[in-house]
Design a protein around this ligand. Structure first.
Ligand code: 13P
Ligand code: SF4
Length: 319
């Protein structure tokens, strides 16, 4: 409605006044993704979000997503101000891997190369040899395995198990999961597939093994979006956060998108998968943070200096 348009106009004015740019993840509200695109910002997966922050000339980065995404932006760009609509937007993987317990785990296995998923705190990254995102985990672990390295992996056990199966690497896994993707059910997915035999199945690798095993494409959010654009199928069954449908519809409006089931009962998705922390990002709190300048990411400098090394290693490898 017009109230929403007025709010968007206010945000656009504030962004221009403050030399600020929006960097949004595909799981946030479609209005935020659209606004990022209209204002010269970027909508992306977590690896590309990290890259974009460094490429932008803006003095302020406003990260619409979850806390670790804002932290990665700040770690890579300490001279920039990094704001988020709310600093309360965390991630179950980040929460499931506290820095002190993780550090003790590393101490107990000094012979292993430490590879951590991007969905972790700055303190956990500071303890890592490598940071990876879902789009680059496989090639990096393959590379380490080829060099004969044994790996300590944290925190997502499903992604870790998938990477381990695909590469054959020796991986010791931390036990944590994404509360959103963990809900996808293999048995219910089989039923949906029988109803849509020609659909391609797209799965984010934070999903359980029996769901990944049914996938035609396993990948990061960007990789799944590209599959909808590029594959010839008319129908897709999608096992990831429903926020991704905004971009999939935009790029492939004629294709039929079906949410993979999160419930064991029934063949349809009654309550679609949606991250409660991604959902905390909204036009209202975005406008508020631009006005008040609170909700700013701050990272201890010695932590930052250690955390930037494994992140930069990933970015250099990805190039
Ligand atoms: P991507 O790197 O694939 O965008 O994933 C981030 C995430 O939080 C998935 O739940
Ligand atoms: Fe974390 Fe899962 Fe939310 Fe992604 S969807 S931010 S992994 S809780």
């Amino acid at each position: 409605g017009t109230a929403k348009e007025a709010l968007k106009d206010r945000i656009k004015r504030l962004l221009a006044e403050q030399d600020a740019v929006l960097v949004a993840h595909y799981y946030v509200d479609g209005d935020l993704q659209a606004l990022a695109e209209e204002t010269g910002g970027h909508v992306a997966d977590s690896l590309e979000m990290a890259r974009f922050g460094s490429e932008s000339d803006a003095k302020t980065l406003v990260v619409c997503g979850v806390r670790f995404m804002g932290e990665t932006a700040k770690i890579l760009n300490p001279e920039k101000r990094v704001l988020m609509p709310t600093l309360q937007a965390t991630c179950s993987l980040d929460e499931g891997c506290p820095a002190d317990a993780f550090s003790a785990f590393c101490d107990a296995h000094p012979d292993r190369t430490v590879v951590v998923y991007a969905n972790t705190s700055a303190e956990v990254k500071a303890r890592a040899d490598w940071v990876v995102t879902s789009s680059i985990a496989l090639p990096i672990v393959k590379h380490l395995h080829a060099q004969g390295e044994k790996i300590l992996w944290a925190p997502d056990k499903y992604l870790g198990r998938y990477v381990q199966r695909m590469t054959g690497a020796d991986m010791l896994l931390w036990d944590s999961a994404c509360v959103v993707h963990e809900e996808f059910k293999g048995f219910a997915l089989e039923r949906v597939r029988r109803l849509h035999p020609d659909a391609a199945v797209l799965v984010h690798p934070e999903s359980p093994e029996e769901v990944i095993d049914q996938a035609d494409v396993v990948g990061s959010t960007t990789q799944l979006i590209n599959a909808v654009r590029d594959l010839p199928n008319a129908e897709f069954i999608v096992a990831t956060d429903e926020g991704i449908f905004w971009k999939m519809h935009q790029l492939a409006p004629d294709k039929q998108l079906i949410a993979a089931p999160t419930a064991g009962e029934g063949a349809t998705c009654e309550s679609c998968a949606h991250c409660p922390w991604m959902a905390m990002n909204a036009l209202q709190n975005l406008a508020a943070v631009l006005e008040r300048g609170d909700q700013e990411i701050r990272i201890d400098e010695s932590t930052r200096q250690r955390a930037v090394i494994p992140i930069q290693r990933m970015l250099d490898f990805a190039r």
